[in-house]
Design a protein around this ligand. Sequence first.
Ligand code: KG4
Ligand code: ZN
Length: 370
Amino acid sequence: MNDAHSIMADKELLLAIETSCDETAAALVKVEAGRLRLVSNVVATQHEFHERFGGIVPEIAARRHAEVLQAIIAEALERAGAGFADLNAVAVVNGPGLIGSLVVGVAAAKAIALAREIPLIGVNHLEAHIYSAFLPEAGEPPNFPLLALIASGGHTHLVLMSEHGRFEVVGRTRDDAAGEAFDKAGKLLGLEYPGGPALAALADSTKETGVEFPIADIQPPKPPQRAWDFSFSGTKTALARHVRELSVEQVEKQKTALAAGFQSAVVRALVERTFSAAEELEVESLVVVGGVACNQRLRDELSARAREVRIGLHIPPPWLCTDNAAMVASAAYHKVTAKTSAGAGTPALQVPPDRLDLDCDSSLPLRSWG
Ligand code: KG4
Ligand code: ZN
């Protein structure tokens, strides 16, 4: 059996599994010459199964994970030219997320860990998103202290990190997540599911500024408070009111202008709050992850601002921003190899090889390691 210290020695293979929402994903990483290398990465999306309901149906999501996870893991192994016997550790997201979906991934990971007698590493979905920025495919690793904006369908969080594994949530949405706001707006405009990418494509098809929408006027926190919160429900309600007052034909005609205005308001809110926190907290790098980080307008505005204020900006490529298991592998790798100031030279987290009591928690909080 492996002990914590031998996990991820040179050439050892780690399998990561992600099933927390509506993506079934598996990835394999190894360490070569001290550097993490992504060997294979497989993602199966369930969009087509949820489309006709206009949103994720938890029961369908869980059932679909159960149906395809085996094949996804087999494909990740095949692409790596490896088998179960080559695995040295297995990592899995155990929260936050849909409970029925989480259970499928965690049960599979436990079975593999038990059968192969290898360590099992639980990973928080939010820390996984952040660690997508530490994969070589995302470019140079960010420097600490860093501020991470996680903007997805389920979360909009600002997380301050002084070092690996040390997380402080310094902002969050008070209502809808940014991706959720995009999805609801897309639905209001009659766009295809999921609304985020569809609304962005429509908005980007015009150079006009579009209809002006309000953004929440949340005052910056007074020190020592650290709460650069977001709110998107007002912008969404303004769009809903606009749509209600128009005829179907008028909505159809103004769709592009409405989409452009809505995207611009959400992007402005995200950029303003994030840079207000980044400057106040004097971070060296800004990391932007989660599905909404695929948004080109957001990427462009963040880049422009980062250049202006000279903060290192790290936005992984879009395929690493939406849910995947490569980011889970990256978080697990850093979790078992990171040395924190608290642990002075010892791994931040000891991973017992028989840790099969890992629980799923649909609202698992983001906790520091060690
Ligand atoms: O991170 P993710 O794959 O799953 C969650 O953890 O939620 O994020 C999915 C979210 C959805 O709300 C989707 O509409 C949004 O990310 N999204 C976008 C874009 N691409 C995906 N939102 C705005 N613009 C995009 N280009
Ligand atoms: Zn996610």
